[in-house]
Design a protein around this ligand. Structure first.
Ligand code: IPD
Ligand code: CA
Ligand code: CA
Length: 260
């Protein structure tokens, strides 16, 4: 029931993404000049919540656009109705629905669906990760210098030592390819699928990372904060890798080792 509801909710959100994509939808601004929200974000979230509330009216919700619904339940659905809204608003088909289910403080089930590519990622704790029902696993790369990485940048500049641009520059100066897709959930899933060897970002919210985190872990990868400490979806800094380059990435990121 949990799994079928998760799949139905994810697909209901994705149907709204496709319905509005490249149409004349309303766009407004959140905090930060390019932090957009569209009519489609609200419609997708409404469709997702409708499916969940039909089956599990007592479950808790944390959804990007409508906020928190706190109830007496050990389950919490963590929802990003469109991850990659800037891409969506520009007609770039790299955006998705991302939903993670937390039970007693742990993410136990996750779905990320990019309907433009028809890529449905799913994971259940202890049962592996799949892309369109086929098992996926992380890459085999063992050296950070040979890795293909992906990152993302926040909507507002983070003025701190070792911030996003500094870290990006450190890898790029050594010739390491570092992509920027514009959807953290897709970034994480592409690490899980072995397309990228690693992903780092400084300022994610729970709805950006909850689903992708479990999908990476269940595909055999590792997710921590940028220091290599245990990951929680409620803190902002994320490092996700195939596991094999993780310690080296932590050392390079924290200036403890030169990338070579
Ligand atoms: C954003 C995307 C982006 C990341 C931002 C997120 P949104 O989510 O995941 O890749 O760099 O930090 O806020 O706003 O498109 O849901
Ligand atoms: Ca997001
Ligand atoms: Ca969003």
């Amino acid at each position: 029931m949990l799994k079928s509801t998760l799949i139905a909710a994810t697909k209901a959100g994705a149907a709204e993404i496709l319905r509005f994509f490249n149409s004349d939808f309303k766009i407004s601004n959140k905090e930060g000049v390019n932090n957009l929200v569209t009519e489609a974000d609200y419609a997708a979230e409404k469709a997702i919540l409708g499916v969940i509330k039909d089956s599990f009216p007592d479950h808790q919700i944390l959804a990007e656009e409508s906020g928190e619904l706190i109830q007496d339940s050990t389950y919490k659905w963590i929802i990003d109705p469109i991850d990659g809204t800037v891409n969506f608003a520009h007609g770039i088909p790299l955006n998705c629905v991302s939903i993670g289910i937390e039970h007693e403080g742990e993410i136990v089930m996750a779905a990320v669906y990019n309907p433009h590519m028809n890529e449905f990622y799913f994971a259940e704790k202890g049962k592996g990760a799949t892309l369109n029902d086929k098992p996926i696993k992380v890459s085999e790369e063992t050296q950070a210098i040979k890795a293909c990485l992906v990152t993302g940048f926040p909507y507002t500049y983070i003025n701190e030592p070792n911030g996003p641009l500094e870290m990006f520059e450190r890898f790029v100066r050594k010739g390491v390819p570092v992509r920027r897709l514009g959807s953290a959930a897709i970034d994480l899933c592409w690490v899980a699928a072995g397309r990228f060897d690693g992903f780092f970002e400084h300022k994610l919210e729970a709805w950006d990372s909850a689903a992708g985190y479990l999908i990476v872990e269940e595909a055999g990868g590792k997710v921590t904060d940028l220091q290599g400490n245990k990951f929680s979806v409620y803190q902002h800094k994320v490092l996700a890798t195939n596991g094999k380059i993780h310690d080296e990435m932590v050392a390079v990121i924290n200036n403890k080792k030169e990338l070579q």
